[in-house]
Design a binder for this molecule. Structure first.
Ligand code: FES
Ligand code: FES
Length: 159
């Protein structure tokens, strides 16, 4: 049975959106279907693969396991908000390109968001720290080496 829609306000990538949603809809569904922010990917849909990762109050969350109603009126950052307004890529995005860390690209948005949250909070990460930080993000193509290299490079520049 269709649940009655309720009004919510989401703050995504610096913009506010007033929406009517069924209380059982996930943040992932609302981002992709209502806000048309399709950069956030649905892989497993059950909290395993990390492809749906977005930042909530600066922390990585699985948007497939999060109800849209749970994250109202608090800052959400998706892959679409990572580049600056003038279109310049975030240093992590550029590093992924420079290191050839993208193959099919399906895992890339979630990987970038996890890496972003981690580097925002850690000044001198080791390679092992970085491997742990992205351990919840599954990549079926790259073997991870180039992804790790790309993140290490940005972490090194920060340090
Ligand atoms: S789609 Fe959310 S963890 Fe896989
Ligand atoms: S680049 Fe294809 S899943 Fe990671």
């Amino acid at each position: 049975m269709m649940k009655k829609k309720i009004p919510i306000e989401l703050h995504v990538n610096g913009e506010s959106f007033e929406l009517y949603v069924s209380p059982n809809r996930t943040l992932l569904e609302v981002l992709r279907e209502d806000l048309e922010l399709i950069g956030t990917k649905e892989g497993c849909g059950e909290g395993v693969c990390g492809s749906c990762t977005v930042l909530w109050k600066g922390l990585p969350i699985r948007s497939c396991l999060t109800l849209a109603t749970e994250v109202q009126e608090t800052e959400i950052l998706t892959i679409e908000g990572l580049a600056t307004e003038d279109g310049s890529l975030d240093s992590l995005q550029q590093s992924f390109i420079d290191h050839g860390a993208v193959q099919c690209g399906f895992c890339t948005p979630g990987m970038l968001m996890s890496a972003k949250a981690f580097l925002n909070r850690h000044q001198h990460p080791t390679e092992q720290d970085i491997r742990e930080a992205i351990s919840g993000n599954i990549c079926r193509c790259t073997g991870y080496a180039k992804i790790v290299e790309a993140i290490v490079e940005v972490g090194r520049r920060k340090g």
